[in-house]
Write a protein that binds this ligand. Structure first.
Ligand SMILES: [Zn+2]
Length: 468
């Protein structure tokens, strides 16, 4: 197996348990794994290991690859349109579902190229996707996105989600049957799910918002997840409306509803988790339920602010950051999401807010824990070779390179991301994707997105203006 030494990085930020940092550090990878991390590795390993390639990492900071724990990749084609701007979650969703009726496998592929391409170029090496509307009669959406993610070379955790009932928001055109969902999820798991170490694809299942679905399909979801030993993912307590709905219909708040339905614990992780009281914060910690905070989306939809410092103080370690769908975040730029996460914490929680290193934990080791991965998220021998080289030796960062983590979290942006390695393979070189032709994909995404909105504009009056 090929051995590559990344030599003399200004800093290596491991994000291991002790949060070890190496000044003038070296990282040796062997195949898809990290062989060694430290200083002066050439000297300490001399005579014991043959090195095939040496990469000069001076002027760079090496970080673990980011783990994006919540996403809706197809929404990349439904962003920056006036028809959906300025709305809160529920009215926003009503318009979105009109567009969702036209989802197809081209949208699935195009969504991956644009969103996970953006993710990779901003340091993401592992990404979730929660795909919930499956138009009746349309199959293969998750298959198409898995195949496209494979082309890009990113680790992928797709979730086969669903709707089981119509509502003011959800039209009958995107409602699944319980049998259909379970059969499709089981098929996907058999075809693509790899539970082994260094797996590139792990399939999950989940309701978009569980308490809006039938009790039957929620029970079947938990049973199937246990049977197949896969994870369950969805949204939880994103809006105040959701809290009021759950109290009105079930006499309890959302977290209690999830507890009653055996949906808290190691197997589960949920996006947003904004409207939780003190007892519910404690319960998330006690049950070891995973959380993905999505600050830009929460700001865009005026949903509220996740209690990040309270969750950390309560001992929640399965805690990550998600970029959420671009229809409510307008990009999949993880560097931006990290910076905004820090800033929203400061705005919302003042003196008790999380520090820059804690926010970086959410984007790396914490996110890996959310996905129950023990092979990614930090840099150490035996871990997957998933990392980024951040070029902080550029004019725009000059004067701010005092502490590497502060510089990356507080001043960093996508221009910093120079090289990205996933599973030992270079997938971003000098800021560009290596495994696909970016211009060819850009043209494909543009065309598919245009077709999607054109079809939907026949039903949404306001959307026509966006297509001028
Ligand atoms: Zn979401």
């Amino acid at each position: 197996m090929k051995r590559t030494l990344y030599k003399n990085a200004d800093w290596i930020i491991t994000m291991d348990e002790a949060r070890t940092r190496y000044r003038h550090g070296d990282l040796l990878i062997e195949g898809n794994q990290i062989k060694a991390v430290g200083t002066d590795l050439e000297k300490s390993l001399a005579g014991t290991v043959d090195i095939d390639e040496v990469v000069d990492a001076s002027g760079r900071v090496i970080l673990p690859g980011f783990v994006n724990t919540h996403h809706h990749t197809w929404q990349t084609l439904i962003r920056n349109i006036k028809a959906t701007q300025g709305l809160r979650l529920e009215p926003w969703l009503t318009t979105m579902y009109e567009i969702y009726k036209d989802l197809n496998t081209d949208v699935a592929r195009a969504g991956i190229y644009a969103s996970l391409g953006d993710g990779l170029k901003t340091g993401v090496t592992t990404s979730n996707d929660l795909w919930y509307p499956h138009p009746v009669g349309v199959t293969g959406l998750v298959d198409a996105e898995i195949e496209a993610a494979r082309e890009l070379g990113i680790r992928f955790h797709p979730v086969r989600a669903y709707h089981s009932v119509t509502s003011d928001i959800v039209p009958p055109e995107v409602v699944d049957t319980t049998e259909g969902v379970m059969a499709d999820a089981e098929r996907l798991v058999k075809k693509y799910h790899d539970p082994s170490r260094f797996s590139m694809c792990q399939v999950g299942i989940g309701p978009s918002i569980a308490q809006y679905e039938t009790e039957e399909i929620v029970r079947a979801t938990v049973d199937l997840a246990e049977k197949l030993d896969i994870m369950v993912h969805g949204h939880l307590a994103e809006s105040q409306h959701e809290v009021e709905y759950t109290i009105e219909h079930f006499g309890c708040r959302p977290v209690e509803w999830f507890r009653r339905h055996d949906m808290l614990g190691d197997r589960f992780y949920y996006a947003h988790c904004i409207h939780l009281n003190d007892e519910e914060v404690e319960l998330m910690a006690k049950t070891n339920t995973g959380i993905s905070t999505c600050p830009i989306s929460n700001m865009y939809l005026s949903s509220g602010s996740c209690r990040v410092p309270d969750f950390l103080r309560a001992g929640v370690t399965r805690f990550g950051i998600g970029v959420d769908g671009a229809a409510s975040s307008n990009s999949a730029n993880m560097m931006e999401e990290i910076r905004v996460s820090y800033l929203l914490n400061r705005l919302s929680w003042g003196d008790s807010s999380a520090n820059a290193e804690d926010v970086l934990y959410l984007a790396t080791a914490g996110g890996a824990r959310v996905l129950n991965r023990d092979d990614i998220g930090y840099l150490a021998p035996g871990m997957a070779a998933d990392f980024t080289l951040m070029n902080w030796s550029q004019l725009q960062y000059a004067g701010g390179c005092n502490d590497p983590v502060d510089c990356i979290v507080l001043s960093g942006d996508a221009r910093m991301v120079e090289e990205v390695v996933v599973n030992g393979e270079l997938v971003v070189h000098k800021g560009h994707l290596t495994k696909v032709d970016e211009e060819e994909k850009r043209q494909y995404v543009t065309q598919v997105g245009r077709e999607l909105l054109t079809r939907a504009s026949a039903r949404i009056e306001g959307l026509k203006a966006d297509l001028c």
